[in-house]
Design a protein around this ligand. Structure first.
Ligand code: MOS
Length: 733
């Protein structure tokens, strides 16, 4: 953060909005059906419908595309076969989405678009397009590819080493050396990837479903080879992103190409099956955890080595070891990531990339090691609490891991945990308790917002920030309301439009703190202008309920403005504290499970998480974010696995019926406790990112509870009943 901006104005403000459980700003629109998804933004009229043509098996070379049969179908208008056609969504770091360019890199890749008068005709005709493909042998198996590292030396930006791990591990009194496997996963947003494109002359407008408007606009312009100033993206209401909509997608590029040719708007939605086979996935991982400790429980050696897959052209890795770098003390450390070249759907960021799967391994290993040491898992973690970042020595901006564990243990009744695995039984059900730590990096991104005070004393916020179901509208309204002394219904929030000031967008849990901080900066300026009108210093001005109060004067804002509109753009960017302090948020998860001694089935009975993420801007939206994280934790532990056929690279379970996101019946009573501790070093709002905190570590609390219930350690996620049952059978053999 810029050290010129301090956050004290929030402490003195009189409106009392920040920290309140304000209802969703757009909630009414959502329940009334007036918050349309991208695909619904334009209905009927001259809109034509596109369906994406998917390649069969990959990899291979695309020799030719024959559209004749498709074009002959009644109602078909056009088949897009274009040099600019793209084969996948862009990654956030990509300048543009990768072009097809005669290549099929994985099974089910996008290669063309069929456009018709109706959706049904387009979808049918897409099956009539003939592809001539020269197939090549594919690599679909991470374990088989483990030896073929494509990450050049020294490129492991999220890795780190310190001291002499191998020597310390060899000399350790107590050692643990285990490998955990996590599967591919799919983001599975409720709203499929969709876009409507329309041209007015050389200007393009696209209604789409994307998380990062400013970079998505540039990516789309680059894909089409046009000036980004001519492109407008509109994405005000997004039905979930989870990282799967961080880059501009094939649907937007194809819709734009088709709309240009046809001279009418074109809408394109991926089918649910295509979402699973054509967008991106979280990579599967193999994670070797080695811990060495003295018999008193002091960790002396920590290693976390991860293997994951990616397309040969992309050496980037799932940064599974992110938290292992700093979470526990220990003088000798090693965190590495390795990438095997695979011809599967491209991996991307998904729901806490890094921590979400990395902490499964770390927190399972901590549980296993605690048992070896004969220590309670919380006590073991406390004995290895670092004073500063153990890797680079930087102080923590704030860290309340021990508080989270202690508060959670008390509320959960951790002291009633069965002391011996498999010792508590209720009929056929074996009962167990488990816990795990949570942590997620805190980031601030450059972000801008325009705030206007209108002559009637109401305010408008404009920024291209997105709300992916998280509560962005609400907390932005609260921030301006708090600072300007206005009720939430006096504030109009406009988001998700590339014609508005550029924001951080939604991703990496940085959206809330970054976007509200920019509003904070803008409001400080407005407060200064209002104070000047009353001829007082800003500190002497109180704004409350639409009035300005200074000394014994109280003036309605509308009177003070006297017909004027005040408009200010505020910008925040990371500064010194971002470098000088290690910033993360922390939490502790607790879980009770019942495991059937007969079938191996696990039922989560209850979960409780204590989360700390700096100032809590809105406990209702923050708690909802945490509920989502815990539910994803249940999915990770028990149900979610995107299965690639190792002979063909086909994602076999490519729909919501077979890719099991937890449903209500899988989710028990969840309790989330938020510790509200301001972190003045993070940003003016003193808030850290909470969106992805609760998923980090959550799955490990569940699987640690499975072990406590039945004494079976499964080191392969998800821990489905067949895997648990095999362990139970081994016990009784
Ligand atoms: Mo997030 S996985 O950066 O949407």
């Amino acid at each position: 953060m810029d050290d010129a901006i301090d956050g004290s104005r929030l402490d003195q403000s009189a409106q009392g909005l920040i920290g309140q459980p304000v209802d969703r700003y757009e909630g009414r629109l959502k329940v009334a059906g007036r918050a349309p998804y991208a695909y619904e933004a334009m209905q009927g009229g001259s809109v034509a419908y596109g369906a994406i043509v998917a390649a069969g098996f990959g990899p291979g070379r695309l020799i030719s595309i024959d559209p004749k049969a498709a074009l002959a179908a009644p109602g078909v208008l056009h088949v897009v076969i274009d040099d600019k056609a793209v084969r996948a969504s862009a990654d956030p770091g990509d300048d543009q989405p990768p072009r097809v360019d005669g290549l099929i890199v994985h099974t089910g890749q996008a290669v063309a678009l069929v456009v018709a008068e109706t959706f049904e005709v387009a979808r049918h005709a897409a099956t009539l397009v003939k592809l001539d493909v020269e197939s090549e042998p594919g690599r679909y198996d991470l374990e088989a590819g483990q030896g073929n590292d494509i990450m050049p030396d020294g490129e492991d930006s999220s890795g780190a080493t310190k001291g002499d791990f191998e020597a310390a591990f060899a000399a350790a009194e107590v050692q643990l050396d285990v490998i955990y496997a996590t599967p591919s996963q799919s983001h599975s947003a409720m709203e499929p990837h969709a876009a409507i494109a329309e041209w007015q002359g050389d200007r393009l407008t696209v209604h789409c479903s994307n998380q990062l408007v400013a970079s998505n606009t540039k990516q789309l312009a680059a894909a089409l080879d046009i000036d980004p100033e001519k492109v407008r993206l509109i994405t005000p209401y997004i039905g979930g992103g989870f990282g799967g909509k961080l880059g501009i997608g094939v649907e937007s590029v194809y819709a734009a190409l088709a709309a240009k040719t046809l001279g009418r708007p074109v809408k394109v939605a991926l089918s649910r099956q295509q979402v699973y086979q054509m967008t991106s996935r979280r990579t599967d991982t193999l994670q070797r955890m080695r811990l060495g400790a003295r018999s008193d429980g002091t960790l002396t050696a920590i290693a976390h080595d991860t293997w994951c897959g990616n397309l040969e052209e992309d050496p980037s890795a799932e940064p599974a070891g992110l938290s292992t770098v700093f979470l526990y003390a220990g003088d000798n450390r090693q965190v590495t990531h390795h990438v095997a070249p695979l011809d599967l759907l491209r991996p991307s960021a998904m729901r806490a990339p890094g921590e979400a799967v990395g902490m499964l391994a770390l927190e399972n290993a901590m549980d296993e090691m605690a048992e070896k040491l004969g220590l309670d898992p919380i006590e073991f973690r406390k004995r290895n609490e670092p004073e500063v970042n153990p890797q680079d020595g930087r102080p923590f901006s704030s860290r309340y891991l021990i508080d989270c564990m202690e508060e959670g243990a008390k509320r959960f009744g951790w002291d009633e945990r069965p002391a011996t695995p498999g010792s508590r039984r209720d009929g056929e059900w074996l009962i167990g308790y488990g816990m795990a730590a949570a942590s997620r990096a805190n980031m601030l991104q450059p972000s801008s917002a325009e705030v206007s005070l209108r002559p009637d004393g109401s305010a408008t916020i404009k920024t291209d920030m997105t709300d992916i179901g998280t509560g962005s509208y609400t907390i932005l309204a609260q921030t301006a309301g708090e600072l300007l002394g206005l009720a939430v219904d006096r504030i109009d929030v406009q988001l998700g439009d590339s014609s508005l000031p550029k924001s951080s967008g939604s991703g990496g849990s940085f959206g809330a703190a970054s976007s509200t901080s920019s509003v904070y900066v803008a409001c400080l300026d407005l407060i200064g202008q209002l104070a000047a009108k009353l001829d007082v210093a800003p500190e002497q001005l109180t704004l409350k309920d639409g009035t300005a109060i200074a000394g014994n004067r109280q003036v309605a804002l509308a009177d003070l403005l006297a017909g004027e509109t005040l408009t200010v753009e505020g910008t925040i960017e990371p500064g010194r504290t971002d470098e000088e302090y290690h910033q993360a948020c922390y939490g502790a998860h607790f879980c009770e499970v019942a495991v059937s001694a007969v079938t191996g089935e696990t039922r989560v009975k209850r979960m409780l998480s204590v989360c700390e993420a700096g100032r809590i801007l809105n406990p209702k939206t923050a708690t909802s974010q945490c509920y989502g994280g815990l539910i994803f934790g249940i999915g990770t532990a028990l149900t979610e696995e995107l299965v690639a056929d190792k002979r063909t690279g086909l994602m076999v379970n490519h729909d919501l019926a077979e890719y099991h996101v937890p449903v209500n019946a899988d989710v028990p009573q969840l309790e989330v406790v938020l510790l509200d501790r301001v972190d003045q070093l993070a940003n003016p709002m003193a808030a850290k990112g909470i969106g992805e905190l609760a998923i980090s570590g959550a799955g490990a609390a569940i699987t640690n509870a499975i072990y406590n219930a039945c004494g079976v350690r499964v080191r392969s996620y998800p821990m489905t009943l067949d895997k648990v049952l095999a362990g139970l059978e081994k016990q009784s053999a």
